[in-house]
Design a protein around this ligand. Structure first.
Ligand code: ZN
Ligand code: ZN
Length: 595
């Protein structure tokens, strides 16, 4: 029996399920070619090469066939073959992808197979004893996936599934996914009209609609003011620059694939031609602010910040709603400092980020990752020497330990110029991305010739902290939609309250309530359509408006509103002034709804 609380056992179990799925597919459509089929976090997948696209109906057929295979209770048998025989075996089956996988194995590798009845797969295992153990499974979705994840290769069809030791656990898991789907910002955010995407504009280039734009604007104003109050200076720098700039920074050598380089590809390396690229980060632009005149130790720390739009050329397969995008806006800061200020400034950056994330309610679900370089990385992804990296990482490790930050270590996750503290967040489906990052950089200042005159009259090279305070506005908005199921905190909501007149006779008063509240800076509308009150209330609820102000005869005569508040005990009927005071407090305190 597998112990399902153990990750390795769970993987073994689900990897067996992926073999059963592949066997079923081969039985149903023998011409299908097999690529790879690993277990993943909450299930498994297999990539297939088949002319016809798989349909939802096909998934049902596959599931039926899988049930038969489970019933047949086939033992999984392990065996090895010498390279040539292994190759020949897969070649004869026409499994071209398996042949490539064999060819990629290093000379000394053991080439092993698992056989279950009429099905054999190239596989190093491990597996459970027999197919009969896979009692409960479900195929969940179909997606496109490039062979080896490379967009130059053929697009294959990936079928996702999940498997559990019994039906009850499977059901619990599927129910959780259903709940997550309801909160998925990529669905809910579109339904609520926060954003949309347009095919002919491009993937990863969302159109932020008025509702989303208002929320982003409110977050941005808050962050800019907050940063100013913490000693940051705002800059405004170009969105693109000549290749020369990125050559100094190292982006040209280490990050060119991730950049949108303008003009002819052939001209990119032609020094006689001018070549521009959109910025993937603000650092090298902001350094020019420091370089604008000579600096002394008294000028430091210099805390520069910018509400910065950035462009990153990621694979279209990676795009996801507002979370993975090709253009985004972020509050990006670069703190230029003396080495003796590193600790206190790092602390300040972490404090700022935690404050921001806590205020919007995301901090409680965040985890911390200390992202380090990989000294063995063969691709030469990193600048600097081992000594420099050791110093930067030791310093950062010490600061994190002093602050009592609990973190995981991420090897090969560092920036090319230094280690990072990444604050990670998971979307509703459990996929993790970085929300906020704070990085220590002891290298780049030197490349740009940045120096300050120290107290002893000597010229010295400063350290730099690269930091964000909230996370890019698009991604943060996505996580907020998911966290609150669309009920954003009132202070950042597009429409904070809606006035609903009982009948046309109460319209004039309804407008008056709206105008009074608007004058005080609140975002309020009237539903003046000729519809039943019940319908208006249902629709406002669907639109996630937290305060509904119903006005009828009584309210008109005593100048009050009957308040329906989504997340508070019945407030009942209040005078308009009392309601305004209440709303002001909710906004000022940035109250988080408990959804
Ligand atoms: Zn396998
Ligand atoms: Zn930077």
């Amino acid at each position: 029996m597998v112990d399902f609380s153990n990750v390795e056992d769970r993987k073994k179990f689900r990897h067996t399920a992926s073999h059963i799925m592949a066997q079923a597919v081969k039985r149903l459509w023998p011409d299908t070619k097999l690529a790879i089929g690993p277990a993943i976090d909450d299930g498994f997948y297999y990539d297939f090469d088949r002319e016809e696209p798989f349909s939802e109906d096909d998934l049902k057929k596959i599931e039926e066939e899988m049930k038969k295979i489970v019933k047949e209770n086939l033992p999984l048998e392990y065996y090895e073959l010498p390279r040539e025989e292994a190759r020949k075996f897969m070649e004869e089956k026409g499994e071209i992808y398996k042949v490539q996988l064999i060819d990629d194995l290093p000379d000394e590798a053991t080439i092993s197979f698992y056989k279950q009845g009429d099905f054999t797969d190239l596989c190093k295992g491990p597996h459970v004893e027999s197919t009969g153990e896979i009692k409960a499974f479900k195929l969940t979705s179909i997606a496109g996936a490039y062979w080896r994840g490379d967009s130059k290769n053929k697009m294959l069809q990936r079928i996702y599934g999940t498997a559990f030791p019994d039906k009850a656990q499977l059901k619990e898991h599927l129910d959780k996914i259903e709940e997550a789907k309801k909160r998925d910002h990529n669905k809910l955010g579109r339904e609520l009209e926060y954003f949309t995407t347009v095919d002919y504009i491009g993937q990863g280039l969302p159109i932020i609609l008025p509702k989303g734009a208002k929320t982003v604007q409110l977050m941005q104003r808050w962050i800019e003011d907050l940063e100013a109050s913490r000693g940051c200076q705002l800059t405004k720098t170009p969105y693109f620059a000549k290749r020369d700039l990125y050559k100094i920074s190292g982006h040209w050598d280490h990050y060119r694939d991730g950049m949108f380089v303008m003009g002819d590809k052939a001209d990119q390396d032609d020094e006689t031609k001018e070549c521009f690229a959109l910025r993937p980060m603000t650092c090298p632009f902001q350094y020019q602010v420091f370089l604008n005149r000579q600096r002394s130790y008294r000028d430091l720390p210099m805390r520069l910040t910018e509400t910065s739009t950035l462009f990153r050329n990621e694979d279209s397969g990676e795009m996801h709603g507002l979370i993975r995008v090709r253009q985004f806006t972020i509050s990006e800061g670069h703190y230029i400092l003396r080495p003796d200020q590193l600790e206190s400034e790092f602390k300040e950056c972490l404090d700022l980020a935690k404050y921001c994330l806590d205020t919007v309610g995301l901090l409680e679900d965040c985890t911390f990752r200390f992202s380090q370089w990989d000294p063995a990385n063969p691709k030469n992804k990193y600048e600097g020497t081992k000594e420099q990296w050791d110093l930067a990482q030791e310093t950062m490790g010490r600061i994190l330990d002093d602050l009592g930050v609990e973190y995981e270590i991420g090897i090969d996750e560092a920036a090319f110029y230094g280690p990072k503290l990444d604050i990670q967040y998971k979307n509703v489906f459990g996929k993790e991305d970085t929300l906020v990052t704070i990085q220590i950089d002891m290298l780049l200042a030197k490349s740009y010739g940045m120096e300050y005159v120290d107290a002893d009259g000597e010229k010295k090279t400063p350290y730099i902290i690269h930091r964000t305070s909230l996370g890019c506005y698009e991604r943060t908005l996505a996580y907020l939609i998911e966290k609150y199921a669309g009920w954003l905190p009132v202070w950042m909501a597009y429409e904070q309250a809606r006035v609903i007149p009982v009948s046309d006779a109460h319209l004039d008063y309804a407008y008056e309530v709206r105008d009074q509240l608007k004058k005080q800076g609140f975002r309020v509308e009237v539903d003046d359509r000729n519809e039943k009150m019940g319908k208006k209330i249902r629709e406002a609820t669907k639109e996630k408006i937290q305060y509904l102000l119903v006005v009828g005869d009584q309210e008109v005569s005593d100048r009050s509103v009957a308040v329906r508040a989504r997340f508070e005990e019945d407030l009942g009927t209040m005078s308009l002034d009392d309601f305004a005071a209440h709303l002001k407090k909710v906004v000022d305190d940035k109250v988080k709804p408990v959804v």
